[in-house]
Ligand binder design. Structure first.
Ligand code: FAD
Length: 246
């Protein structure tokens, strides 16, 4: 049994179903009324159809299993019960909900910062990524763009002293947009997936291919190949411009 509403649970269910087919009995429990609620409904519907075709049972709109007569639901004495009372027996539970930002360095939890990503109550600490308290979806592209703003602002503060001209997040990183466009991909085993570029959803093999290309580009970037860096910057700028008009 997998408990999750988001990409981790959907990708995990797809990996298990893709590798083992109907030999494994997989149940995905999601408290929302659809899978992948952070993405457009079409993405969730496609993922649901893909999983159900491969024998995954999807339980929507019921909260994760809760304790039964004081027994934790994974205890052999307790059947797992969702909050509406349905018994959901399981041998192995994969818990894919909730992650807490590790902001311990500045007090714990998510980190509050101003528009320049300067951490509140600090004069010289900038933040970015999933630990940043913001209204943006927690995605790699949002983390990447915020990291660029934090790095530029840190460097400018060092160089220009008291009155640096700092970038604002997300506006200055997103061609003036008020929010980072949602660019996300959820893989469904090896050759399928769903990809969302702002409001456009692509499903199937093309989505999986785009994720493979991005992964390869990121790995090459990490090896500090200058040409890939500039190609990536060009791609990112074009993507943000396209997202502005979508
Ligand atoms: C299954 C799944 C699919 C996803 N798919 C997409 C997608 O298609 N597109 C997309 O844009 N986003 C996607 N995301 C989200 C994306 O992975 C995150 O938003 C992104 O990784 C956040 O980057 P980050 O640098 O803030 O955090 P992380 O990538 O989590 O990196 C933080 C790092 O800091 C380390 N760390 C933590 N505490 C300390 C410490 N005290 N000292 C030193 N190191 C520490 C951690 O070990 C980790 O390596 C997906 C996430 C999941 C789980």
């Amino acid at each position: 049994m997998i408990v999750s509403r988001g990409p981790s649970g959907v990708e995990l269910a797809a990996e298990l179903a893709g590798a083992h087919g109907k030999a494994l009995s997989i149940t995905l429990v999601c408290s929302q009324s659809s899978l992948l609620p952070g993405l457009r409904p079409r993405a969730g519907r496609y993922a649901q159809r893909w999983l159900e075709k491969r024998g995954v049972t999807i339980v929507l709109g019921e909260r994760e299993p809760i304790t039964n007569d004081g027994e934790p639901f994974w205890s052999p004495r307790a059947a797992a019960h969702a909050d509406r009372g349905r018994a959901l027996p399981c041998d192995v539970l994969l818990w894919c909900v909730g992650h807490r930002a590790n902001g311990g360095v500045v007090g714990g939890g998510v980190i509050a910062a101003d528009a320049n990503l300067l951490v509140k109550s600090f004069a010289n600490v900038y933040t970015s990524g999933d630990c940043l308290q913001s209204g943006e979806e927690k995605t790699a592209s949002a983390a990447d763009l915020a990291a660029m703003v934090a790095a530029v602002n840190g460097a400018r503060a060092l160089k220009r002293g008291d009155n640096p001209k700092l970038l604002a997040f997300p506006r200055d990183a997103c061609a003036g947009a008020a929010h980072v466009p949602v660019v996300a991909c959820v893989n469904l085993f090896k050759h399928s997936g769903v990809r969302q570029f702002k409001s456009v959803v692509i499903c199937g093999a093309v989505a999986a291919l785009t994720k493979a290309v991005i992964e390869a580009a990121q790995l090459t970037l990490a090896r500090e190949r200058a040409c890939v860096f500039w190609l990536w910057r060009l791609f990112e700028t074009l993507m943000l411009a396209v997202c502005r008009v979508l």
